[in-house]
Write a protein that binds this ligand. Structure first.
Ligand code: F0G
Length: 403
């Protein structure tokens, strides 16, 4: 296995601690050959419960004794009949990532990222975050006994995520700016400070854990779905899931790749714009804004990877308004009993829009990735819900309201 530049193809040793290509500044990727993966699979066959480390063969880890895990992954793939009828599709599933230890898919990446931090022998890990990455990193750093440093955009992180980040003991710095600015500061800092290990998704190891969403979907469904719909923020997850399907096909476990479909919020949709205009490069959005604060990102560092995953798989991209996000979030909660945060609901809202525009065939087998739990953003959930009615403590008063 090796690190390979996504842009110029230059190759580097897997033990190099770099976050971007030293030659061209491009994004890095962990690459295995087919032979390596097959050999790894002989040594670490797929066995045991569904969870990230079931897929040890596909993980760029050198020392198993360093693995930091809270039993992440193995999340439910829920068939959604009522939602499918409402949207007018035959076979629809939600991959409920809210069921991970800290309530989002980020745990899949952090188990690998923090393991690599221990392999590299660092004592401090850091990230900029819209909230879920920081909640996850804080938990995994705590478990590994590492110092955790977090930069958050001031007043734009949902309450549940903030609670988790501080409660697990991270040092939190609130930046008067947005996520893109916070990440830029941290990238510059980590380029010079070798004592701090950067665990944002430009870190090439973290998305390796996120590949397991693709692996699990294929195994749970017993086949590859026609389409996977994913909300996009910093754009690592859609690429990681795509990569998972590519590697499963590479070793002959599956035969096809789903159409990767990426959804952004209207107020933060640089990748949707670039896809529609058929551009390779995207134009960053200066002041991203959306109720889905998790994906309130104007300059997604992994944008080029998302564009490749979408185009190479024959997928598409769509943007949804805050109103559409809220409607989808309520629909999933009330038709299926699955509580998801606004960013996650963007996938369902996008699917709905693409079906209405007849850009998606109604007999496709579709999986929407619900990236985070509703309790991540309790304030938004309360704000968009009916308020409880207060009554005196009498049976009559209660009965009057029940009707
Ligand atoms: N959904 C949720 C709930 C997220 O928290 C994120 C990203 C995404 C979707 C988008 O994933 O960035 O890989 O395209 N959250 C990051 C964070 C940015 O800091 O927690 P992506």
């Amino acid at each position: 296995m090796r690190l390979e530049c996504f842009e110029c193809g230059a190759r580097f040793d897997i033990n190099e601690r770099i976050y971007e290509c030293p030659r061209c500044g491009g994004l890095l990727e962990v690459e295995f050959t087919r032979e390596e993966l097959k050999r790894n699979l002989k040594r670490h066959p797929l066995k045991g419960d569904l969870r990230v480390w079931r897929y040890r063969a596909f993980m760029p880890v050198l020392d198993d004794s360093k693995i930091v895990s809270i039993s992440e992954g193995g999340t439910p793939l829920v068939r959604c009949g009522r939602l499918a009828r409402e949207l007018g599709v035959g076979e629809l599933y939600i991959k409920f990532e809210g069921a991970n230890p800290t309530g989002s898919f980020k745990d899949r990446g952090m188990t690998v990222g923090v393991t690599k931090a221990l392999e590299f022998g660092v004592r401090t890990v850091a990230c900029a975050s819209t909230g879920n990455t920081s909640a996850s990193l804080a938990a995994y750093a705590a478990r590994a006994g590492l110092r955790c440093l977090v930069l958050l955009p001031k007043a734009k992180v949902a309450l549940g995520k903030l609670v988790q980040t501080v409660f697990h003991g991270a040092q939190v710095i609130s930046v008067r700016g947005n996520f893109d600015q916070a990440l830029e500061i941290l990238r510059q800092l980590c380029a010079e400070r070798r004592d701090i290990y950067l665990l944002n998704s430009i870190n090439p190891f973290r998305p390796q854990g996120q590949k397991t969403i693709g692996f699990e979907i294929a195994e749970q469904l017993g086949r590859v779905p026609d389409r996977v719909v994913v909300p996009m923020g910093n754009c690592a997850n859609i690429w990681a899931i795509y990569k998972g399907f590519l590697e499963f096909r590479m070793v002959g476990l599956t035969k096809s790749i789903p159409r990767m479909t990426g959804i952004q919020a209207e107020g933060a949709k640089p990748i949707v714009d670039a896809f529609r205009r058929n551009l390779d490069r995207f134009v960053p959005v200066e002041r991203p804004e959306t109720i889905a604060t998790a994906i309130r990102i104007g300059n997604p560092v992994n944008g080029p990877k998302a564009l490749r995953a979408i185009r190479a798989s024959g997928g598409t991209a769509e943007a949804v308004s805050d109103a559409e996000i809220i409607e989808a979030q309520k629909m999933v909660a009330r038709l299926e009993g699955i509580g998801i945060e606004p960013a996650s609901a963007a996938s369902v809202a996008g699917l709905r829009k693409l079906l209405e525009a007849e850009e998606i065939n109604r007999d496709e087998v579709i999986v929407c990735v619900a990236t985070g739990h509703v309790l991540k953003d309790p304030e938004e959930a309360v704000r968009i819900s009916e308020k409880p009615v207060e009554v005196p403590a009498t049976r009559r008063a209660v009965e009057r309201l029940i009707g």
